[in-house]
Design a binder for this molecule. Structure first.
Ligand code: CTP
Length: 402
């Protein structure tokens, strides 16, 4: 599933190769992409919207509005939804219009307003292909940054043999996969993430823990993996699962176990993001059997756990990046800044329990990032997925990846 989570808009213009668009949609869906299809009126003569709707599992868009109910098909929304706009087949006529800014149908208005990259698979007869006007249009479209999947040589619908056949759907799918994988900025990078709470046992049925759910750390792991990183997610007890095969999840219970696993993996990693809410103390004695209820007060002596982030800070090599979190209730900035230095962090993500919607259990978070020069960047309240993207973008700049 090399295209999982990718939104691909497929534009079909009116040429005989439109029938191959059905195979292309099937291949994209098989790779996990979400596909929406926009067709020109002429394309409907070559392949039916019903076929395309069934294969893409989405309604087909042809007109600016639905004449049945007047619902508007916004070309701006379509462009914004797409990670990539693939126009296959792209006829000489449509490419001519695209090269010259003509927008007389939904497919073309979407092209002009799309913010995402565009890939074109030309298809036409050989004489049309070789015409200087067409060759000039292709060059113009390339100069706009559009990706061209070159036409093949072979037998054409006219019976003639030459260049002009649309590239096979398998070739176009390969180019799409290549396009997305070349954009992965953390390819060949290994990153450690700690997440969730730790549980410090008192007896076989009780523990000291905290309210951390692990959502923030898991969101970070997913974003890192989507950028091509190999992730080692050292997770305290949570109900969360990971779906990406490039995340290796190591389950732990106690701070000591988290410490041991973190030290084991860190030396081989380019960076570590310490998002776990590690229990600072553990009972110095663990009862082997369940402690019985009594009438007297019960005293428990707690001893400090190891500070995992600070230990990694000592082990950190020059080219490794170490990121911490700070969850503060008072003197937030001062406390967070202190932690940068005591733990030898490259930056710290501060979230305050005083902020509404931020912290344990919420699906949102409001953070500030403070780097080791004490520069502060404040972010709005966002979903934990969006916050994870902000954190990963800061990590990219520290790893000097643009
Ligand atoms: N951390 C850690 N090991 C610990 C305690 C904290 O690795 N035993 C990490 C956390 O994952 C986080 C950072 O250190 O990235 C700061 O955690 P926090 O609980 O805010 O700070 P503490 O150092 O525990 O200080 P305090 O609880 O006194 O605020």
């Amino acid at each position: 599933m090399k295209l999982k989570g990718k939104n691909i808009l497929l534009g079909i213009t009116g040429g005989i190769a439109a029938y191959k668009a059905a195979i292309l949609v099937r291949l994209l869906v098989k790779e996990g992409a979400q596909v929406k299809v926009v067709m020109t009126k002429l394309a409907k003569e070559f392949i039916t919207p019903l076929t395309m709707a069934t294969l893409s599992k989405n309604p087909i868009l042809v007109d600016f509005f639905d004449p049945e109910n007047g619902q508007w098909n916004s070309h701006v929304d379509l462009g914004a939804w797409s990670d990539l706009y693939v126009i296959a087949p792209a006829t000489a006529n449509s490419m001519g219009k695209m090269a010259n800014g003509i927008a007389d149908n939904l497919l073309l208005t979407t092209y002009l307003s799309a913010k995402c990259p565009v890939m074109l698979a030309p298809a036409m007869d050989l004489d049309m292909f070789q015409h200087p006007a067409n060759l000039k249009n292709i060059e113009t479209l390339k100069s706009y940054g559009n990706i061209i999947v070159d036409a093949d040589c072979g037998e054409l619908a006219s019976g003639l043999i030459g260049k002009g056949r649309m590239a096979e759907p398998e070739i176009i799918t390969g180019r799409i996969i290549e396009f997305f994988s070349s954009k992965k900025k953390l390819k060949n990078k290994k990153i450690l993430v700690t997440a969730g709470p730790t549980f410090e046992p008192i007896d076989p049925v009780r523990f000291i823990g905290n309210y951390s759910t692990g959502k923030m750390g898991y969101a970070i792991a997913e974003v890192l993996a989507s950028q091509g990183a190999e992730v080692f997610l050292i997770s305290g007890p949570t109900h969360l699962e990971v779906s990406d095969s490039s995340i290796t999840k190591i389950n732990v219970h106690t701070a000591q176990e988290m410490f041991e696993e973190s030290v084991k993996y860190f030396s081989d990693c380019n960076a570590a993001i310490m998002s776990a809410a590690v229990a600072d103390f553990k009972p110095s004695v663990q009862f082997e059997t369940k402690v019985k209820r009594g009438k007297e007060n019960m005293n428990m002596i707690l001893e400090p756990n190891k500070d995992i982030a600070a230990e990694l800070g000592k082990l950190k090599r020059k080219n490794q990046v170490l990121v911490g979190f700070a969850l503060e209730t008072t003197d937030e900035l001062e406390n967070a800044k202190k932690k940068i230095h005591t733990k030898n962090l490259d930056f710290i993500v501060l979230n305050s329990l005083n902020e509404k919607g931020a912290g344990f259990g919420y699906d949102t978070n409001k953070i500030s990032i403070i780097d080791n020069q004490e520069n502060i960047t404040r972010y709005d309240l966002k979903s934990k997925q969006e916050v994870a993207i902000d954190i990963v973008n800061t990590l990219l700049s520290k790893l000097k990846i643009s």
